[in-house]
Ligand binder design. Structure first.
Ligand code: ATP
Ligand code: MG
Length: 293
């Protein structure tokens, strides 16, 4: 099973991912992965978290997907791929790879390239993903879906050239088509994995109009992308209002059935910052009560 914890910046994604991972690890071995290396998990668990798995306690491991580490892996793999294709392009492949890496969208692409490796892991009973704040998360996930369609188009175009090469040059295989095929299959698999029954998405929301509106935007994005939303983590609460009552306050027009059908787990605003395993315990207890495994 994989759990994705998403939400706006600062709402408590890392804190609740850590509480969720602690809770799950009482059942099965659990790996908590941060897709946003901000040192939060290092602070929360009071240990240095890196791209290597670090043991927090029995059955619980943590790591972060450090962009620098993955950029390097990406650099090597693109370089190898382009070399293998043996293109006579008239410019340096190394310069081209560096130019690609300088593109701001590349960070998302790199994550997409490597996230699948983590998503399909079977050496842990549970995987928990502490996601990047909403804007960046939207970009990454939109890319998975949009890129799939674009590669499918390129594949079709290339198929025509490969067909010609088969007849004219007697070329049996086309390395570019094979490369496009493998990228396409990777994206398709990623999409299938994200939307299958083993994936569960949760949105963290704080009491307030801004956070409720952002949560609403995310819900609509999830629906569009067919991502399985399993609940709202309503964090830092001080009173009985639900998140969608804040949405109503904001004047958003919605049907009650659209929000009431989504389970909400409420977490209180703690007097002391939940840093360290013992201070996370009230949040873990809340999960135990509201989210039986
Ligand atoms: N229930 C809670 N009670 C009190 N403080 C909390 C609670 N949940 C989170 N916090 C505090 O809120 C702050 C933000 O939490 P956290 O770092 O988990 O948010 P985040 O969504 O991961 O942020 P970012 O978007 O920067 O990654 C931290 O100081 C954390 O200790
Ligand atoms: Mg965080």
């Amino acid at each position: 099973m994989r759990f994705f914890v998403t939400g706006k910046g600062g709402v408590g994604k890392s804190t609740l991912s850590a509480a969720l991972a602690l809770y799950l690890s009482s059942r099965k071995s659990t790996l908590l992965i941060s897709l946003d290396p901000t040192q939060s998990l290092s602070t929360i668990f009071k240990l240095p978290v890196s791209h290597r798995e670090t043991m927090v306690r029995k059955n619980l491991f943590v790591k972060e997907m450090n962009p620098d580490y993955y950029s390097e892996k990406f650099r090597k793999s693109v370089f190898q791929r382009l070399k293998k294709l043996d293109l006579n392009v008239g410019f340096s492949i190394r310069d081209y790879v560096e130019a690609v890496l300088a593109n701001p969208a590349t960070r998302e692409e790199i994550l997409v390239e490597y996230i699948l490796e983590e998503l399909v892991r079977t050496d842990f009973g549970f995987l928990v993903f502490d996601m990047a704040p909403t804007a960046s998360f939207f970009k990454t996930f939109s890319m998975i879906f949009a890129l799939g369609n674009w590669i499918r188009f390129l594949k079709k175009q290339r198929e025509k050239i490969a067909q010609l090469n088969r007849v004219v040059k007697k070329q049996k295989t086309d390395p570019i088509l094979e490369d496009l095929e493998s990228i396409y299959l990777n994206l398709k698999r990623l999409r299938d994995v994200l939307t299958d029954h083993r994936s569960s998405f949760f949105i963290v929301c704080n009491p307030g109009i801004v956070s409720a509106k952002e949560t609403w935007n995310q819900i609509r994005f999830y629906r569009e992308m067919n991502l399985p939303l399993k609940g709202i983590f309503f964090n830092k609460t001080m009173h009985e209002m639900s998140w969608w009552e804040f949405l109503r306050k904001a004047g958003v027009d919605f049907q009650p059935a659209e929000v009431e059908s989504i389970p909400q787990i409420t977490f209180p605003l703690l007097a002391e910052e939940p840093i360290g395993i013992s201070r996370l315990q009230p949040l873990v207890d809340q999960l135990k009560k509201e989210m039986p495994l």
